[in-house]
Design a protein around this ligand. Structure first.
Ligand code: ATP
Length: 216
């Protein structure tokens, strides 16, 4: 089996930044993915509520990828509302694309908390995981995730095509230590976050006064 994989990249994207975008584009290119669907959540399950509204996070994402055809916006979690469980998103995507293998992209920090995700074992029946290596994070040696990796981890990207789902590929990406929380903090403090995120996204933030102290 050597069918192209559809990349799925979920996140709060509060706001989207070059750490997310560069990761998505590099994985698209090096793994020859069909495309990467960027899926902003409506309501994150494992963290506090986002600062920007779902509509604003969606709009900031659309501004960010406007000129990159490999990256697509998928707004199904925002339309669905409620807690954004990845398993439900995968089931809905599977109904739409019954024959395409999926690769759920996440940073290594997200993998470390994966065993607390709703119906996490089922997630692996629907998709591979593509783990973007981020600096300062190491794979665990003990615990549920370590056990999971023992059976499923692959380092050679070509092996991901051996099965339809269930593999965990660890893949290095250019390390950009950018975080949305740091960007929010900078804006709140009146600093300029330019060059950490796309200019169009930043202009949207300025226009709508998002993250500014008076908006919090
Ligand atoms: P916050 O700082 O608010 O926690 P964040 O910048 O980590 O946000 P999220 O939207 O929470 O952004 O992250 C979505 C996904 O993107 C996660 O899987 C996370 O691991 C990954 N990610 C976030 N920042 C980077 C980065 N700089 N490089 C690579 N992956 C990243």
């Amino acid at each position: 089996m050597s069918q192209k994989i559809l990349g799925l990249f979920g996140g709060t994207f509060d706001p989207i930044h070059f750490g997310h975008l560069r990761t998505a584009l590099e994985l698209y290119q090096t793994l020859d993915l069909l495309e990467v669907r960027m899926i902003p959540c409506f309501q994150p399950v494992h963290r506090k509520l986002p600062v920007a509204s779902p509509e604003q996070r969606l709009a900031m994402l659309k501004e960010a990828i406007i000129s990159e055809p490999a990256l697509k916006v998928d707004d199904r979690e925002i339309i669905r509302k409620g807690p954004s469980y990845t398993i439900e998103t995968l089931i809905s995507l599977r109904a739409e694309f019954p024959k395409i293998p999926f690769g759920l992209i996440m940073g290594i920090d997200a993998l470390l908390g994966f065993a607390s995700w709703h119906r996490w074992e089922e997630i692996l029946n629907h998709t591979h995981l593509i783990i973007a290596h981020r600096p300062h994070y190491e794979l665990p040696r003990t615990g549920i995730i370590a056990d999971l990796l023992k059976h499923r981890l692959i380092q050679n990207p070509s092996l991901i095509h051996d099965s339809f789902s269930g593999k965990i590929l660890l893949h290095p990406v250019t390390a950009l230590e950018i975080s949305a929380s740091d960007i929010r903090k900078q804006i709140m403090m009146g600093r300029d976050p330019r060059y950490l995120l796309p200019e169009r996204t930043y202009q949207y933030i300025l226009k709508h006064g998002i993250y500014h102290l008076s908006q919090l």
